[in-house]
Design a protein. Structure first.
Length: 441
């Protein structure tokens, strides 16, 4: 029987094994259960025993690892960092505390948090030579491209933070990254604006310091509005991790080769840039602006989306995992109204967003596909109200997602089951054929 004609059946009883039948032969596969009763069939030895692989383009049904960092129940709209609900963290915690929680597994004591903050504050400046990198980038370069490149370049400055199996070296690399990435991001903005870099001001808290580096100039003092700083901190916190998303999986994949941490994180930055991932917050605001400029109240745009004309999507809607409300979107929608009111900002983009959401949530197309607003639907409107230019949205997301990437990288490096990530494929190209000399083609 040809390989394409396998008969394939999988039975999974209450036992700890699943039974797979392929072309009359049976194979037992271990079943893995998580702490929240998620179930996986372990197929890692299937190729050795049965000579077949599994196929799952986009990995929508593939567990690449076991992880104790973040739990998402996409059906019920649940997100927890190390077991702590995102709603509680949003209300009571701060970004740096959540970062510690993600990376260390527990909420910090006051002393641990203070020491952590001291370490981060100590490392906020970048080497003077790092600054010279920026001069080589065109002013109109996307700040995300610049950020990814500069983060990658950190590996050239810190040869003492290279050994991925040396915990002390990695601790310093982690502190350097969390401290310096806001500086690097702010400088990518300053470079795009043709403004001088502003040194970090370490008396300020993390988010406030970042805002200072973004918006202060030597000519004018910038007083950080506490509402703006708190909102920025909340945005960072809400983005801090989201289990095996595209960029976190990228960091794990690059890191699995034991490439240094700066290189793995830089790869994560580049993965995050895509409009189907972190780039969606920029795409949402651009979409809302287009709708506004066209005079449409959103209905025509949604018709275009539903007709799938030119691949138009309702940006900020839909998620691979959430088939319900993204809890971060719910928090950000509330924050969006609050912050706009506190700042006295009104924007027609918010009206259009609310209108689009209302129509979409009642529309069969979106209901049938379980498409709900995701974290990006309202975050862009908030960022715009805070004065952040559109091309910086995704770049700011980098700061937020960094602790998650680091937590995943650390978990991966210490996982005894870790192997270099190396998927298989089903080859569909030409069968063997001779090389044809040029004159005979
Ligand atoms: N607008 C319109 N239709 C959509 C949307 C959308 N935003 N998202 C999914 N669909 C449709 C697809 O066309 C498809 O329809 P079909 O069954 O008729 O073919 C169906 O819903 C399933 O979509 P997939 O593309 O298979 O879903 P997938 O899980 O691969 O994609 C993704 C998830 C990429 C997030 C998608 O929903 C999307 O493109 N959304 C818009 C971009 C966005 O907001 N990204 C941010 C995600 S959150 C983050 O990364 C931080």
């Amino acid at each position: 029987m040809g390989r394409g004609l396998y008969y394939f059946a999988l039975a999974m009883g209450e036992s700890k094994k699943a039974q797979l039948t392929i072309d009359g032969s049976s194979y037992e596969l271990p079943i893995i259960r998580g702490t929240e009763n998620e179930v996986a069939v372990d197929i890692s030895r299937l190729r050795n025993t049965a000579g077949v692989i599994t196929m799952d383009p986009g990995y929508g049904n593939t567990g690449s690892c076991s992880s104790a960092i973040t739990f998402i129940d996409g059906e019920r709209g649940i997100l927890r960092y190390r077991g702590v609900p995102i709603e509680d963290l949003a209300e009571h915690s701060t970004f740096l505390e959540a970062a510690w929680l993600l990376m260390e597994g527990e909420l910090p004591t006051q002393e641990e948090l203070d020491t952590f903050k001291d370490h981060i504050t100590y490392h906020t400046m970048v080497h003077e030579d790092v600054k010279r990198f920026y001069a080589g980038f065109p002013h109109n370069a996307h700040p995300m491209a610049v950020t990814g490149a500069v983060v990658g370049a950190l590996s050239t400055f810190y040869p003492d933070s290279m050994q991925v199996t040396n915990d002390r070296e990695m601790e310093i690399a982690i502190h350097r990254l969390i401290a310096k990435v806001p500086t690097i991001v702010a400088y990518s903005y300053k470079h795009s604006m043709g403004q001088p870099f502003m040194s970090p001001l370490n008396k300020l808290r993390y988010a406030a310091n970042f805002l200072h580096m973004m918006f202060a100039t030597p000519a004018e003092e910038y007083e950080v509005d506490p509402v703006v700083a708190r909102t920025m901190d909340l945005i960072f916190l809400l983005h801090a991790d989201h289990e095996q998303n595209c960029s976190a999986s990228t960091v794990r994949m690059v890191g699995s080769s034991q490439a240094n941490l700066f290189s793995a994180i830089s790869a994560g930055v580049h993965a995050l840039w895509g409009p189907l991932h972190g780039g969606a917050n920029q795409a949402v605001v651009e979409m809302l602006e287009q709708i506004l400029a066209s005079g449409d109240d959103g209905k025509q745009f949604l018709d275009k989306v539903k007709n799938k004309r030119a691949g138009t999507r309702l940006m900020g809607f839909g998620h691979r995992v959430y088939k319900n409300f993204d809890p971060r979107a719910t928090i950000l929608k509330r924050a969006c109204f609050e912050v706009l009111e506190r700042l006295g900002v009104s924007t027609p983009l918010l009206d259009i967003a609310v209108q689009l959401e209302e129509i979409a949530l009642r529309d069969d197309y979106f209901i049938a596909r379980k498409l709900y607003p995701n974290v990006d639907f309202y975050s862009g409107i908030i960022l715009q109200a805070l004065g952040v230019p559109v091309n910086m949205f995704t770049t700011l997301f980098t700061i937020g997602r960094l602790p998650g990437w680091i937590a995943h990288w650390t978990e991966m490096i210490h996982d005894p089951q870790n192997r270099i990530a190396r998927p298989r494929q089903i080859y569909t190209g030409a069968r063997e054929r001779p090389y044809v000399p040029m004159e005979q083609r």
